[in-house]
Design a protein around this ligand. Sequence first.
Ligand SMILES: Nc1nc2c(ncn2[C@@H]2O[C@H](COP(=O)(O)OP(=O)(O)O)[C@@H](O)[C@H]2O)c(=O)[nH]1
Ligand SMILES: [Mg+2]
Length: 213
Amino acid sequence: MHIKQAKYLISSPSVDKCPPQDKPEYAFIGRSNVGKSSLINMLCGNEKLAKTSSTPGKTQLINHFEINAEGADEVGKLFSYSWYLVDLPGYGFAKVSQSNRRKWEQMTEHYIKERTNLIMLFVLLDARLSPQKIDLDFLTKLQKWNTAVCLVFTKSDKENQRTVSSNVKRFLSKLQESGWQYLPQHIVTSATKKVGRQKMLSLIHELNLAALH
Ligand SMILES: Nc1nc2c(ncn2[C@@H]2O[C@H](COP(=O)(O)OP(=O)(O)O)[C@@H](O)[C@H]2O)c(=O)[nH]1
Ligand SMILES: [Mg+2]
């Protein structure tokens, strides 16, 4: 899949205020500072699309981007279509009040459970870190809700490959221990080195084909 154009659409305070569910949708979530905005910009080839400087934990909005893409259909013929990319507010920012945390939980839970055109949730994890409780707890909820999840390990350029693959393995075995029967797919990325871009775009295109036909 080739992205022809990516544009910011709208920021919504709740799932019922989101755009019509007329396109396949992919959402990105993770701890604040995990590299979500950088990854979105890297995927779209636009350094200014998602703001990488916004104060973490302040704006709790569902941010929709519309992506115009071109890709091959089942018989290899190119066609154009569009899909939604969603930037969800991050979790785990220390300075967020209890009531704002609660609001975040409710908003994301409603969004994840009720947005029927949501094809997959990309959960971002820092590739430099050993498994973190906050991420595992969030994934436990996703498992309960039967959400389709893909794990995205970020900032892989900041650590050597051995450590990254050991962190990935440890994370997956933690999920296994907590009862995940089918482990989610995972992709190792680096926004600065553009690692994992093609893998993510191919996965999205494949899922789009299945969703559109
Ligand atoms: N070296 C490196 N730095 C990254 C990468 N992704 C993000 N960063 C840096 O990590 C910080 C947080 O990134 P940002 O995208 O704003 O995180 P967000 O809060 O999850 O949206 C910024 O200083 C980025 O430049 C990456 O793949 N490699
Ligand atoms: Mg961000």
